[in-house]
Design a protein around this ligand. Structure first.
Ligand code: DX5
Ligand code: ZN
Length: 234
């Protein structure tokens, strides 16, 4: 059974939460039915914004049982992987552009017992990961340029998502296909149709008055087995 036939995962992005109340916000989305907590780490260098580091991940670890899905937007990335692993990250995802040796970075994440992910920016081609598929647990497609929440969904990425779905299915492995950026009840069905497994949503969850309703609104009907869809769309 591959990931496309399992339950849709919803990962609220803490970037849109109230930073003065991170523990409460984390517990609130967990109670509201979130599957994973997405944590955006930004350094003001790889992306034009600064958020938080491993100390905040560690502080939140004791407030939730949700898997912590850490998205590193920092360069260089390798010197900080161990710190995020020790802080309690379950998944650690990196951009190919954030270091000279993606294969080595993914090996490092795996060697620390964590799920390894790669993140593709809107302009990054799928070819960037063809030769590291065996080291991947997660592929994240950016449907905005990384750095900020609340940006508009970039529809040109839909074809890329479909292509990646096909590439994952060809491996026969349970690689989770995540989508990050501009996810709303309007865009969610589009990415699900292309074969996404996990939706990351900041503004659509933390910007809503009722987190449970907001999460339910993203759990739209998911296409079952449709082996031909990826061929048509890719
Ligand atoms: C952007 C981050 C996203 C961000 C998404 O660099 O990687 O996770 O929080 O925010 P929304 O859902 O508001 O587009
Ligand atoms: Zn993110």
């Amino acid at each position: 059974m591959n990931a496309s036939s399992t339950r849709l995962l919803i990962a609220p992005s803490l970037l849109a939460a109230d930073f003065a109340r991170l523990a409460e916000e984390t517990k609130a989305v967990e109670a509201a039915g979130a599957d994973w907590l997405h944590l955006d780490v930004m350094d003001g260098h790889f992306v034009p914004n600064i958020t938080f580091g491993p100390l905040v991940v560690k502080a939140l670890r004791k407030h939730t049982t949700m898997p912590m899905d850490v998205h590193l937007m920092i360069a260089p990335v390798d010197p900080y992987i161990a710190a995020f692993a020790e802080a309690g990250a379950d998944n650690i995802s990196v951009h190919p552009e954030s270091g000279p040796h993606l294969h080595r970075t993914l090996q490092l994440i795996r060697s620390l017992g964590k799920k390894a992910g790669v993140v593709l920016n809107p302009a990054t081609p799928v070819e960037a990961i063809v030769h590291v598929m065996d080291l991947l647990d997660i592929i994240m497609v950016m449907t905005v340029n990384p750095g900020f929440g609340g940006q508009a969904f970039i529809a040109s990425q839909l074809r890329k998502i479909a292509t990646l779905r096909r590439m994952i299915d060809e491996t026969g492995r349970d690689i989770i296909l995540q989508i990050d950026g501009g996810i709303t009840p309007a865009t969610a069905p589009q990415v699900l149709e292309m074969g996404a497994d996990c939706l990351i949503a900041g503004t659509a969850v933390f910007g809503a008055p009722d987190y449970a309703k907001a999460i339910s609104a993203l759990r739209v009907a998911r296409p079952k087995e449709q082996p031909e869809f990826a061929v048509n769309a890719g």
